[in-house]
Ligand binder design. Structure first.
Ligand code: ATP
Ligand code: MG
Length: 248
C-alpha cells in the first residue's frame, strides 16, 4: 500500500490554473525528485499536499485514510501534520530562538513533550545533521547551509513518515550546497521517504528513486530516475534536461 497518494489535484489562483489534475503515488522509502520550470506548480503541489494551501479539488490518501483535500477539517490536518515534515527554501527558522530551541519548539508545543526529553531529542537531531556544536547559536550566527541543516533537524525531530523539501539548496551559495545535499543523501540512505523539489540534477539522478517532471500544472513524465535520465520518453523532458545541463 502506498504511504501517500494524491488523486486528481486541482488548484487555481483566480483565473490562473496552477495544478491541473496532478496524481501521484509515494511508497515508503521512495525519494521523489520533482523537476520543472519556474511557475510550473511545484511549490503549490507541496503546499497543497501539506495543507498550507487549500486545493480546489482532489483527494489525498495518507496512511490508508482518504481525505477530500478541498474539505478537510483542521483536526485532520493537524493529525496528518504530526507525521510529515516540511523544509522550506528559506529555512523558516525563528530568528529569536537558538538552533536547539528551533528544533524543540514543535516537540514542546504540538507534542507536549517535557523539556528535558525534548532537549535530549533535539540534540540528537542536531548531531545527525552535524550541528550539535552550534546548538546555542541563533540563526543570524549561522550560515545558510547551517540554518538549512537546523531546519532539517527540526523536521526530523517529529519522526515524520515523509519529509517534503521545496528547493532546499536554491537559496544557498554554491559552496554551501554540498553540506545540505550530504545530509539529504544520508536520510535517503536510511530509508526516509522524501519528496524533493529541486534543480539539483545530480541529486535527482543519483539519489532519488523516482523523478517527476511537471510543467503548467501537469505531470509531463515520471519514472525511475535512472531510466528517466537515460532515456526520457517525452521530447519536452529531453529539452528541459538539456537546458538544465547548460545552466551549470
Ligand atoms: N498565493 C498565490 N497567489 C497567486 N498566484 C500564485 C500564488 N502562489 C503561486 N501562484 C502562481 O502559481 C503558479 C505556480 O507557482 P509555484 O510557486 O507553484 O511554481 P514553482 O513550480 O514552484 O516555481 P519556481 O520554480 O519558480 O519555484 C505561478 O504562476 C505563480 O505565480
Ligand atoms: Mg517553487
Amino acid at each position: 500500500m502506498a504511504l501517500l497518494e494524491v488523486r486528481d489535484l486541482h488548484k487555481s489562483f483566480g483565473d490562473t490554473v496552477v495544478l491541473d489534475g496532478v496524481s501521484m503515488s509515494v511508497e515508503k522509502g521512495d525519494v521523489i525528485a520533482v523537476l520543472g520550470p519556474s511557475g510550473g506548480g511545484k511549490t503549490t503541489l507541496l503546499r497543497c499536499i501539506n495543507f498550507l494551501e487549500t486545493a480546489d479539488s482532489g483527494s489525498l490518501v495518507f496512511d490508508g485514510i482518504t481525505h477530500d483535500m478541498a474539505h478537510i477539517s483542521k483536526k485532520q490536518i493537524s493529525e496528518i501534520r504530526l507525521h510529515t515534515g516540511f523544509v522550506f527554501q528559506n529555512y523558516n527558522l525563528f530568528r529569536n530562538k537558538t538552533a536547539l530551541q528551533n528544533v524543540t519548539e514543535g516537540l514542546l508545543i504540538a507534542r507536549h513533550m517535557d523539556k528535558a526529553e525534548a532537549e535530549e531529542k533535539g540534540m540528537r537531531m542536531l548531531e545527525k545533521v552535524g550541528m550539535a556544536d552550534r546548538a546555542s547559536h541563533y540563526p543570524s550566527q549561522l550560515s545558510g547551509g547551517q540554518q538549512q541543516r537546523v531546519a532539517i533537524a527540526r523536521a526530523l525531530a517529529a519522526d515524520p513518515e515523509i519529509i517534503y523539501f521545496d528547493e532546499p539548496t536554491s537559496a544557498l551559495d554554491p559552496e554551501l550546497i554540498g553540506e545540505v545535499l550530504t545530509v539529504m543523501r544520508q536520510l535517503a540512505d536510511e530509508g526516509m521517504t522524501m519528496i524533493v523539489v529541486t534543480h539539483e540534477m545530480d541529486f535527482a539522478r543519483n539519489v532519488s528513486s523516482r523523478t517527476i517532471f511537471m510543467e503548467h500544472g501537469k505531470i509531463v513524465e515520471e519514472g525511475e530516475s535512472k531510466a528517466f535520465f537515460e532515456s526520457p520518453r517525452e521530447e519536452r523532458t529531453r529539452e528541459f534536461l538539456r537546458l538544465e545541463d547548460r545552466r551549470f
